[in-house]
Design a protein around this ligand. Structure first.
Ligand code: CA
Length: 225
């Protein structure tokens, strides 16, 4: 799951990103409306957390422009306590929900979960495909009683594969989703993690394999229940 945070109060933006990362979301953070719009238009996010009062372009304008460009990413607006007008305006402009500052992290996470669920994404602690299961709370990959721990990147790559079994996922998609839209990570980083995952699949004795579509990407195949 990938979240975009658009907030100009740097301390708040960084705190938000940190909370989300600790809860295993991938996060991109930008600090003004113009960047918020550019990033949002890439349409790679599962949710956008958008402040209203922003330099260069305000949040309502960012939201309206995204919706006009048919970007339907769920948007959680951040508002100040007094801005009733803003809330109404925001919801009218296509926001899915809003959160009043200050807020506690539990509330933020609950709103994000609810918004990403509404989009129809699989929100679960465990993914299963054929003989393997991937567990989000323990970061483990298992087959029957055999299991291995995964690193964060391994987990994120496996999650993308297992949530879309037998679908070819381009290398760019992994990079966008896991390292970030403007990261300078190389394609061979993806290859390295894929090779780690293949070893781990073998280690637990799974029949599932990660197939390579040469020059394009990867997909999950095989295995018996
Ligand atoms: Ca602000």
């Amino acid at each position: 799951m990938k979240i975009l945070v658009v907030e100009d109060e740097v301390a708040l933006a960084d705190a938000l990103s940190e909370i989300l990362r600790r809860n295993k979301y991938s996060v991109d953070t930008v600090y003004d409306g113009e960047d918020g719009l550019d990033y949002g238009l890439t349409d790679i996010y599962d949710c956008i957390i958008l402040d209203i009062m922003l330099p260069r372009r305000d949040g309502i304008d960012v939201l309206r422009t995204l919706r006009k460009q048919h970007i339907n990413t769920p948007v959680l607006l951040l508002t100040a306590r007094s801005d009733v007008e803003d809330k109404i305006n925001g919801l009218d402009s296509g926001a899915d929900d809003y959160l009043t500052k200050p807020f506690v992290s539990g509330e933020l996470l609950a709103r994000v979960r609810s918004l990403t669920r509404r989009k129809g994404e699989v929100v679960t602690d465990a993914f299963e495909y054929q003989d393997i299961a991937l567990n989000k709370s323990t970061f483990s990959l298992s087959r029957a009683e055999h299991y291995v721990k995964l690193s964060l990147k391994e987990y994120q790559i496996m999650e993308l594969l297992i949530a879309n079994p037998r679908q070819l996922i381009p290398k760019e998609r992994f990079i966008e989703k896991i390292w970030g839209y403007d990261s300078d990570v190389e394609y061979n980083n993806v290859e390295v993690y894929i090779s780690f995952l293949r070893k781990k699949l073998t280690a637990i004795g799974s029949q599932v394999t990660i197939k390579t579509a040469r020059g394009i990407g990867y997909f999950l195949e095989g295995g018996t229940k």
